[in-house]
Structure formats: C-alpha cells, structure tokens
Design a protein around this ligand. Structure first.
Ligand SMILES: NC(=O)c1ccc[n+]([C@@H]2O[C@H](COP(=O)([O-])OP(=O)(O)OC[C@H]3O[C@@H](n4cnc5c(N)ncnc54)[C@H](OP(=O)(O)O)[C@@H]3O)[C@@H](O)[C@H]2O)c1
Length: 345
C-alpha cells in the first residue's frame, strides 16, 4: 500500500448544546495491519444521521456512546482493498459501520452493523439512503407502526428529509392522502411537485397548527414524527379517532442542553383513543432484505423518488454533520471521500 496514513476524525469532547465542528478532532493514524479473518476497507461514502448526535452524549441509549478519543461512529460504504478473509475479496464493495476514517480493518461480525456486500449493479450510495437505514426506517415506521389504510390522511414532519420523504411516499402508495411539514419553500415545492405529496406546510413561514386544521378537517389518522417539540404538539391537537402517532425521531430537541417539556396536547391521545409509539429500525433487521426488495420495486416503477445530498472531501466530515441541524441537506446527507481504486466486483 503506497499510502500509510489513515486520516480520522475523533470525538474530542461531549457537545454542550448545539454540536460544533470543534467537538471533533482531526487525527492521523497508521493504516491498520490485518489479522487472519480481517479485510481492509477503504471508505468511499460516509452517511450522516441525526441519531449520531445522541451517540456522542454520555447517556444510556440503544447503543453505547462513542468515547472521547474514539473514531467517530458512522455508517459508510467502502471497497475491500486487501483481505485475509476467504469471503471478502479485493474489489468488492461493502457497507458497514466503518466510522469517520479513510481505512478500517473489518471482520465479518461486530461494530455498529456487520459488513454487508453490495451487489455490483447497485449504486454505491443507495445502501446508505433509500435502501439503507433511512428507507428501512420509513418503511417499517409507516407500515408496521403506522398501519396506514387507504383514504386516511397521513401527516409527516421533517417531510423533505431523507426518512420523511420516503415515509410519506410509502403512505401514498398505500392509498393515503399525504401532507408534509418542512422548512422552506423549495423543500415544500419538491414535496408536492416531485415526491407525490398532496400538500406541504412550510413550518418556518406558516402557522402549522392552523394549516393542519384547514388541511385535515376530519383529523390526522397517521402522524409520522421526525422532529418532536411544537410540531408534534400541533399535530396532536388534530389527531382523529384511533389515530396512530409514530415517533421516529425528535430532531428539534437533539441539541437542547436541557430537555424541553413534553407535549401539552398529549391528552388528545386519551380523548381520541389514539396510540403513540416509538421504534428503532435495528429491531427489524431480519426483514431488511424483503423491505429493500419492495423499496427497489417502487423506485423502478416510479412510485418512489428520493434525493441525495453529496458533499465532498474527508476534511469536511464535521461540517457535513452540522448541515442536518441547520436544515441545509436536501435529502440523504452523504460525504464522498474517495473513488473506488480497484475494479468493482
Ligand atoms: N427510529 C429510528 O430507528 C430512526 C432511524 C433513522 C432516523 N430516525 C430519525 O428520523 C429523523 C430524520 O432523520 P434523517 O436521517 O432522515 O434526517 P433528515 O430529515 O434528512 O435531515 C434532518 C432534517 O431535520 C430538519 N430539522 C433540523 N433541525 C430541526 C428543528 N429544530 N426543527 C424541525 N426540523 C428540523 C431539517 O429539515 P427542515 O429544513 O425541514 O427543517 C433537516 O434537513 C430524525 O429524527 C432521526 O433521528 C429514526
């Protein structure tokens, strides 16, 4: 290997309030030497998830926190460039939890997500977005937790984001009338003109609660929430009888030093005999293959569209992460850090 330096970003400190670039530190390490059973992955694309903000908090969650001084945890796609594992050959592309670094010594098991091979005809970015955690979260959140029925009105917050945009379209495929809440006119235009949404509310310019009242005169049957806070409260004010409120995430509070009070309209869950339920996508791992096949069919039949926001340059990893909380990303936030160096198998 001609290059010997492995550029990395480490967690430098626990963020206080809004995460900052200075919460991460640049580091240079040696490219790891392989042991038997390992293979060397050269990262090509890093994926960014709002949940990563939770992974760097020092608190109990569904996975242990990243420790200070550790390589920042992240899902990514890379290419095998050396191997001492019989089943992973140089040239094959894999997805896994290889982190914010250029090279990772990987093994079949372990880490955030066991490495999975990417078929040679699949675009390299798709397993990080529409066919990865993002699309699968939308799929299981809407279908398993939300249980949409044809003719129902479904509302999605964070609707122009990677997960939200797919969630609304899956509800639409199931026959729902779908309304999205997103920040800014361009994102709202994309929802109604490209992503098959029936209507969109710009929460930065409009009164969300009043607009939901006007657009949902019979109430909201299915609400898929990505943001929490005031928008969740506005939706709860309009839920219909037996509504399902799917708690996918709450990005509006991820950078709050002190958690804000809970929703004031939660008693509507009682009045409307409604259900509010959270979920974590990794609980559905056994069904990922079937879901990815169905998502692929919807893409190829033009029922499902998606956006990818691909920034470039390994040095930009912390800055790219911040884009999620600034609302700058248009679809799945990715960072391209290298081209494949070997012919893809
Ligand atoms: N439960 C699970 O297993 C699971 C798995 C994956 C993701 N998630 C959750 O799904 C949600 C979306 O994740 P994603 O990866 O698809 O990200 P994303 O929606 O593509 O990007 C984040 C978006 O959130 C919006 N946002 C940022 N700060 C906000 C605020 N203070 N108030 C309202 N909106 C704000 C911004 O859009 P605007 O311009 O519209 O403000 C931004 O573009 C997150 O809450 C994430 O934690 C859950």
């Amino acid at each position: 290997m001609s290059q010997h330096i492995n550029r990395q970003w480490h967690l430098a400190c626990r963020p206080q309030g809004m995460v900052k670039e200075s919460d991460f530190a640049y580091h240079e390490a040696e490219i790891p030497q392989l042991e038997d059973g390992q293979f060397l992955v050269r990262n090509l694309y890093l994926a960014f998830e709002p949940a990563m903000r939770g992974w760097i908090e020092d608190r109990k969650s569904y996975i242990p926190p990243v420790q200070i001084g550790e390589v920042m945890r992240a899902l990514s796609v890379g290419q095998v460039v050396e191997s001492r594992h019989p089943n992973f050959r140089p040239g094959e592309c894999v997805q896994g939890g290889f982190g914010w670094q250029e090279y990772a010594a990987a093994s079949e098991r372990g880490g955030l997500m066991p490495p999975t091979k990417i078929p040679a005809d699949t675009p390299l970015t798709w397993p990080l977005g529409v066919l990865g955690v993002t699309g699968l979260t939308a799929y299981f959140g809407i279908l398993d937790i939300g249980q949409p029925k044809a003719g129902e009105t479904c509302v999605v917050s964070g609707a122009a984001g990677a997960t939200g945009s797919i969630a609304g379209q899956v509800a639409k495929i199931k026959g729902c009338r779908v309304i999205g809440i997103a920040g800014g006119p361009e994102k709202c235009r994309w929802l109604t003109e490209e992503a098959h949404y029936d209507a969109a509310i710009d929460y930065k310019a409009e009164d969300v609660e009043a607009r939901l009242g006007a657009l949902c005169p019979d109430g909201i049957y299915l609400y898929f929430d990505n943001v929490g806070g005031d928008i969740l409260d506005a939706a709860l004010a309009h839920i219909a009888l037996n509504a399902r409120v799917v708690l996918c995430g709450g990005i509006s509070r991820y950078n709050e030093a002190t958690p804000p009070p809970g929703p004031k309209n939660y008693m509507n869950l009682v009045i409307q005999r409604a259900r509010m339920e959270g979920f974590i996508v990794i609980d559905y791992t056994a069904r990922f293959g079937q879901a990815a096949r169905e998502l692929t069919e919807w893409i190829t039949s033009d029922q499902l569209t998606f956006q990818e926001d691909i920034q470039e340059g390994f040095e930009n990893a912390p800055r790219t992460f911040l884009r999620l909380f600034e609302g700058k990303n248009q679809g799945k936030q990715l960072l391209k850090i290298a081209e494949p160096s070997l012919d893809r198998l």
